[in-house]
Design a protein around this ligand. Structure first.
Ligand code: PMP
Length: 515
């Protein structure tokens, strides 16, 4: 039986609060690449999921909805058709549309999932996975594939023209200096520009701390591991973890000790018990928009993790690769800006926020720590090139980087929305996935029993790529998980490719029915 209640619109719909409770209002954006009917469909489903529209309630009439969201009636009809098809809404002949009596379990992160990210208990077998980054990078760059396996900046958003102009200027102004070794700590104007940028973001470098140039976050991590640990040492890592960190730790003969990540990031309780059990030297974490889950550590957890590691004499290496790519709200303070954070080493990179080919980042640590790291960095690379450092310094100082970030964040948000909508629409019930508030990727847990490796094989045969879950676990878990990067492709390409991937998932789930 359906209730005869027409729900009122609350004007403060709260279905997009970020980590700090900042609410994003529900607005349809005709300029967005996501079609209006899909945006509307998402908003209406959000009202149902948030419990504002309850099962059995009569929906407002089409003209009323059209007026409220300022769209054409046909747009409303198209959105309602989508909601009907996916089981959120039912129509009763002659009486209108109602919220379904029994709501479908939409793909998405279930509120009651305590820890969904490792997926089923099955482990991938030795040899079931190919090599790590080399393979993913190669696949991601294969133009015959629509690949979601690596996080690239949308190529149309690379600020090529400003970079070209600045490069010409720098070559003219620096002359031969542009092609000499830079100072070992980095080109001075670059270090100053980075410090000013961090200060303008409310994250200044305090007294007694300093900054060094590094050729990207991966090189920064390698430097820290080599300088502060010896083979056989234990390094605490997130589980799932950035695949490049796992591979590095393995290649250098150190041992990765996994600590589970949940919807609020690295779990401090599990960290506490690991610290009791394992004599570890380092903790490696990606606190904001973590790779691969997209989750962000709350400030409270950051403070606890800081205190726990300090008490155990463990150095914390924070990788802020995606920190600048927040779509909404305010950034959370990095570990190094919290109290008593002298045991923190902060890695920053321009690979995700500007251009990966620059191979440029920075490392912030106490002066004492920088003195320990400097000799190791020098034997590896002697010095870095001044040209790219000078170009990025001018891009930062002239305000170009800030303007570029505004465009980049907007584009990434649109791409995330397109992927989330497509996953909701095309993946089977029981699929869980994260909806990150920044960064470049999200994490999908498929219904139990579907193998991400089988899906990967079938997807490649159909020209689709993604990163299978077990790549991200020291112990080869995650066999029904996948990481999808939403940054590389346009919303249109993403929607189409996710629909195709969804069909493959349905086929694997139910081979007989879908032959
Ligand atoms: N850290 C994380 C978390 C990453 O995702 C990546 C790239 N995928 C890197 C580091 C590597 O960054 P870079 O290009 O600065 O070495």
């Amino acid at each position: 039986m359906v209730a005869e209640i027409t729900p009122k619109f609350a004007d403060d719909h709260r279905f997009a609060a970020d980590d700090e409770g900042v609410v994003t209002p529900a607005i349809l954006n005709p300029g967005a690449s996501s079609p209006l009917y899909l945006q509307l469909q998402r908003q209406l489903r959000g009202l149902i999921q948030a419990g504002e529209w309850r099962p059995g309630m009569r929906l407002p009439a089409v003209p009323q909805l059209a007026g409220r969201f300022q769209v054409h009636r046909l747009t409303v009809l198209k959105a309602l058709a989508g909601l009907k098809r996916t089981g959120w809404v039912q129509t009763v002949q002659g009486r209108g549309s109602f919220v379904a009596d029994r709501l479908p379990e939409a793909p998405g992160l279930r509120p009651d999932s305590a820890f969904p990210f490792e997926g089923s208990a099955r482990l991938a077998s030795e040899g079931e996975l190919g090599s790590w980054l080399g393979e993913t990078l190669e696949k991601a760059q294969d133009t015959h594939l629509v690949s979601f396996s690596a996080g690239f900046i949308p190529t149309d958003l690379l600020p090529l023209e400003p970079l070209r102009k600045l490069t010409t200027q720098v070559m003219r102004d620096l002359g031969s200096e542009a092609f000499m070794y830079a100072a070992p700590a980095g080109h001075a104007p670059y270090l100053q520009a980075v410090a000013r940028w961090l200060e303008s973001e409310g994250e200044p470098i305090p007294e007694g701390w300093g900054v060094r140039a590094i050729p990207g976050a991966q090189a920064g991590l390698a430097l820290v591991v080599e300088a502060l640990t010896v083979p056989g040492d234990r390094i605490l890592v997130e589980s799932p973890c950035y695949v490049g960190a796992l591979a590095l730790i393995h290649a250098l003969g150190r041992e990765a000790v996994p600590i589970q990540v949940d919807r609020a990031g690295l779990d401090p309780d599990r960290l506490a018990s690991a610290l009791q059990r394992a004599e570890a030297k380092l903790l490696f974490t990606v606190p904001s928009f973590q790779n691969p889950t997209g989750m962000t550590l709350s400030t409270q957890r950051r403070e606890r993790i800081l205190a726990l590691t300090r008490a155990h004499g463990v150095t914390v290496v924070t990788d802020s690769a995606y920190g600048d790519l927040r779509f909404t709200g305010k950034s959370l303070p990095p570990f190094r800006c919290l109290e008593d954070a002298e045991h923190v080493i902060h890695l920053g990179t321009f690979s995700k926020s500007l251009a990966a080919g620059l191979r440029l980042g920075y490392l912030v640590a106490t002066e004492g720590m920088l003195r320990r790291l400097a000799p190791v960095q020098e034997v590896h690379q002697i010095a870095m090139n001044p040209l790219t450092q000078a170009v990025v310094a001018r891009f930062l100082d002239g305000g170009g980087f800030k303007r570029h970030l505004v465009r980049l964040r907007r584009a990434l948000k649109e791409r995330r929305d397109a992927m989330v909508e497509a996953l909701q629409e095309h993946f089977p019930q029981g699929t869980e996935f994260t909806e990150p508030k920044g960064g470049m990727h999200l994490w999908v847990v498929l219904p139990e029993g579907i193998s991400a490796m089988d899906l990967h094989r079938e997807a490649l045969a159909e020209g689709l790529g993604f990163a299978p879950g077990p790549l991200f676990f020291a112990d080869r878990r995650g066999t029904n998980c996948l990481r999808l990067n939403f940054s590389t492709h346009t919303p249109e390409v993403t929607r189409d490719a996710i629909a195709r991937l969804g069909r493959l998932v349905h086929r694997l789930q139910n081979p007989a029915k879908n032959r």
